[in-house]
Ligand binder design. Structure first.
Ligand code: FES
Length: 103
């Protein structure tokens, strides 16, 4: 599937993401050397994988851990998600995100 990252200045980067490897969006971003620290390694406790969803196909609802974490981020928006909690599935094709800076 295609994941699109909108960067500062409006350029868009298209990433190919396989759906058969059980990857998360965070892991795909990291694999492309984008600025995602993901310090906790996907445990939903560090929020350094925070993205804002600009255009989305169907996304699963965030789990309790993710909601709790996002609520603690002062700069989170209604479209914020933790990219480590989004598993790459065919439903995510065409997802457009912006990588959020740390607070
Ligand atoms: Fe730490 Fe996502 S990698 S919350």
């Amino acid at each position: 599937i295609r994941l699109i990252v909108r960067q500062e200045g409006g350029q868009q980067l298209e990433l190919d993401a396989p759906t058969d490897m059980g990857l998360t969006v965070m892991e795909v971003l990291k694999a492309h050397e984008l600025e995602v620290q993901a310090m906790c390694g996907g445990m939903a406790i560090c929020a350094t994988c925070h993205v804002e969803v600009l255009e989305s196909p169907q996304l699963p609802e965030p789990g309790d851990d993710e909601v709790y974490m996002l609520e603690s981020l002062p700069h989170a928006t209604a479209a914020s998600r933790l990219s480590c909690q989004l598993r790459v599935t065919p439903d995510l094709d065409g997802l457009v995100v912006r990588i959020m800076p740390e607070a």
